[in-house]
Design a protein around this ligand. Structure first.
Ligand SMILES: [Zn+2]
Ligand SMILES: [Zn+2]
Length: 182
């Protein structure tokens, strides 16, 4: 995804609306449909500043049930682009960890693809779940417990819990008995 910068390079204070919709593909993240970036690009004399909202839809794999599902990814983009010849950009070159993005005097556009990739990856939740209450797969027979049930559950009750279960069953049984006063 590219933004043409001719307009905003006319001088300090120049400002333009950014509104892009484009399908973008990455090796490490599958996006569905188009990525949308809307905001402003402004010329702050020493650099270009992008302030924008990014919206993408990703195909994710649930970490519990392994089902694929689509999820919205949103991010606020705050990026700066330095002229390649600026002192700051030159200094940044010496530091491999520096994430300074530069543009050359002859560049007519800046490319947002890598910025979109990083922000999209960063907005994927740490625990990827198809839904908060995903029941996952049965640890014994492997069925997807969201779609079906199985009879395995009763076989693996922790022995420490079985006396609690018995107590619970007794309490439920006595609660269900009609009150003798009635
Ligand atoms: Zn799931
Ligand atoms: Zn099972």
């Amino acid at each position: 995804m590219r933004i043409f910068i001719d307009e905003v390079r006319s001088g300090p204070g120049a400002r333009m609306q950014v509104s892009c919709n484009e399908a973008v593909q990455f090796d490490d993240l599958t996006l569905v449909g188009e990525v949308r970036v809307t905001g402003t690009l402004s010329n702050a004399a020493s650099r270009l500043l992008l302030r924008a909202q990014m919206h993408a839809r990703a195909l994710l794999t649930c970490s519990r049930c392994a089902d694929e599902f689509e999820a919205d990814l949103e991010a606020d983009l705050e990026e700066e682009f330095l002229p390649e010849e600026s002192a700051e950009a030159q200094e940044g070159k010496d530091f491999p960890w520096s994430d300074v993005t530069t543009y050359a005097p002859e560049d007519r556009w800046i490319d947002l693809t890598e910025i979109i990739r990083q922000n999209a990856l960063a907005s994927v939740p740490i625990q990827v779940l198809c839904k908060p209450a995903c029941k996952g797969l049965c640890s014994q027979c492997g069925v997807n417990l969201n779609a079906t049930s199985c009879s395995c559950e009763t076989h693996d009750i922790d022995p420490r819990l079985s006396s609690l279960r018995e107590l619970q069953a007794k309490l439920q049984a006595s609660a269900a008995k009609p009150d003798p006063k009635n």
